[in-house]
Design a binder for this molecule. Structure first.
Ligand code: ATP
Length: 346
C-alpha cells in the first residue's frame, strides 16, 4: 500500500536518509526502529509532507504521495506531545478536524461518539484535557487521529511521555485499536521493546539506512548484522571465525556452539550471538566465569558473569529469583540451536 523507493535526504553534510526502500502493507502495524539520529523521524516527516526528499519516490495506493500537499494526504499524525486544545472538551477536541472539513453536524456527532466509544472515553466526553490522566489524554489524541479515517496513521514516539505501567496498558490498547479500526499504523520509536510488542514488522535503521526488515520474532532470533544483533534485545556477542558446521572458533574462549544463519564459509570472520535467556548456569563445561551481580526483577533475574578475556560481562536471564551469589564460579552452557552465527558486516 505504501511504497518508499530509494529515498535520500541530506542536510548539509549529514545524510539523514540514504536510499531507503520499504513496502508497507494495508492494515499493517509497522515500526521504524533505530537509535537517535538514524533518520526515522525524517522519513516520517517525508511521508507526512513536512519534508521533501532529495531523491526517491513515495506512493500510496499507487499514487504519487510526494506530489500532494500535506493536508491533501489521507494521513494523520500523532506526536509525542499530544497538542490537545486545553480550552476545548474531549468531544470538541476530537470533532475539531471534522468541523474544519465542514462535515454535516449529525455526521460529526455520530463519528465522534463512535470513536470515543472505541477508545473507552464516552463517559469523559465533556471533560477538559487537564481533567484527564496522561493515558486518557493519549486516548483523546488517538481518537482525534482516527476520527478522520485516514488511510495511514503515523505515530512519533507515541508512548514516550507515559510512565511504565500506563505505557504497557497503552501498548495493548494501541494494538487492539489498530486491529479494530484496520488503519495502517507506522510508528517511530527508539525503544526496541516497544517496537517488538506493537508491530507486525519492524524496519531497523542505522545511520540513514535500513539494516533489516522482519517480524519481531525473526528480528530477535535471526539478526542479520552485528548492529541488529546488538540493538534489538539484550545479546551476548563473541567474535571469531567460522569453525565447523556449528561452531565459532572464538580464540581464548575456544569453540562455541551456534547455528550459522545462511551460508558461511569455514574460516570466515563471524559473530556469535547468544541471548541471556538461552544460557544455562551449570557446574562444569562451557565458559567459566565468576558471578558479578544478580538483579531480581520479579518474574526474572539477570545475572552478570565476568568471563576472563571479555570486556563486557556475559548476561544470563533466569526465571524467578537467582540461585547464585556474587563471587560464585559458574559454567555457562548453551547448545548450537540456542545461538546464532552471523557474518561480520563491518
Ligand atoms: P530522534 O529519535 O532523535 O528523533 P531520528 O532517528 O528520528 O532521531 P532524524 O530526526 O530523522 O533522526 O535525524 C537524522 C539526522 O538528520 C540527524 O543527524 C539530524 O541531526 C539531521 N537532521 C534532521 N533534520 C534536520 C534539519 N532540519 N536540518 C539539519 N539536520 C537535520
Amino acid at each position: 500500500m505504501l511504497k518508499i523507493d530509494g529515498v535520500t535526504r541530506r542536510f548539509g553534510d549529514v545524510t539523514a536518509l540514504d536510499g531507503v526502500s520499504l513496502e508497507i502493507g494495508q492494515g499493517e502495524f509497522f515500526a521504524l526502529l533505530g537509535p537517535s539520529g538514524c533518520g526515522k523521524t525524517t522519513l516520517l516527516r517525508i511521508i507526512a509532507g513536512f519534508e521533501t526528499p532529495d531523491s526517491g519516490t513515495v506512493t500510496l495506493d499507487g499514487e504519487d504521495l510526494l506530489a500532494k500537499q500535506p493536508n491533501r494526504r489521507p494521513i494523520s499524525l500523532m506526536f509525542q506531545s499530544y497538542a490537545l486544545f486545553p480550552h476545548m472538551t474531549v468531544a470538541k477536541n476530537v470533532a475539531y478536524g471534522l468541523e474544519r472539513e465542514k462535515l454535516p453536524r449529525d455526521e460529526i456527532k455520530k463519528r465522534v461518539g463512535e470513536v470515543l466509544e472505541t477508545v473507552g472515553l464516552s463517559a469523559h466526553a465533556g471533560r477538559k484535557p487537564q481533567q484527564l490522566s496522561g493515558g486518557q489524554r493519549q486516548r483523546v489524541a488517538l481518537a482525534r487521529s482516527i476520527v478522520k479515517r485516514p488511510r495511514l496513521l503515523l505515530l512519533d514516539e507515541p508512548l514516550s511521555a507515559l510512565d511504565k505501567k500506563v505505557r504497557a496498558d497503552m501498548q495493548l490498547e494501541l494494538k487492539r485499536l489498530q486491529n479494530e479500526v484496520g488503519i495502517t499504523f507506522v510508528v517511530v520509536t527508539h525503544d526496541q521493546e516497544e517496537a517488538m510488542s506493537l508491530a507486525d514488522r519492524i524496519a531497523v535503521f542505522e545511520s540513514g539506512s535500513v539494516r533489516q526488515v522482519d517480524a519481531p520474532v525473526a528480528l530477535y532470533e535471526r539478526p542479520r548484522t552485528r548492529f541488529v544483533a546488538d540493538f534489538v534485545g539484550a545479546n551476548n556477542l563473541f567474535e571469531g571465525t567460522v569453525g565447523g558446521p556449528e561452531t565459532l572458533a572464538a580464540g581464548e574462549f575456544g569453540d562455541l556452539p551456534g547455528t550459522p544463519l545462511g551460508e558461511l564459509e569455514t574460516g570466515a570472520k563471524a559473530l556469535l550471538g547468544v541471548r541471556p535467556e538461552k544460557i544455562r548456569l551449570a557446574e562444569s563445561g562451557g565458559l567459566r566465569g565468576a558471578v558479578l551481580d544478580v538483579s531480581f526483577y520479579g518474574g526474572v533475574s539477570h545475572i552478570s558473569v565476568d568471563v576472563p578475556g571479555r570486556v563486557k560481562p556475559v548476561l544470563v536471564a533466569v526465571q524467578g529469583a537467582g540461585t547464585v551469589q556474587p563471587g560464585e564460579e559458574v559454567s555457562l552452557n548453551w547448545t548450537a540451536g540456542d545461538a546464532v552465527i552471523i557474518p561480520v558486516d563491518q
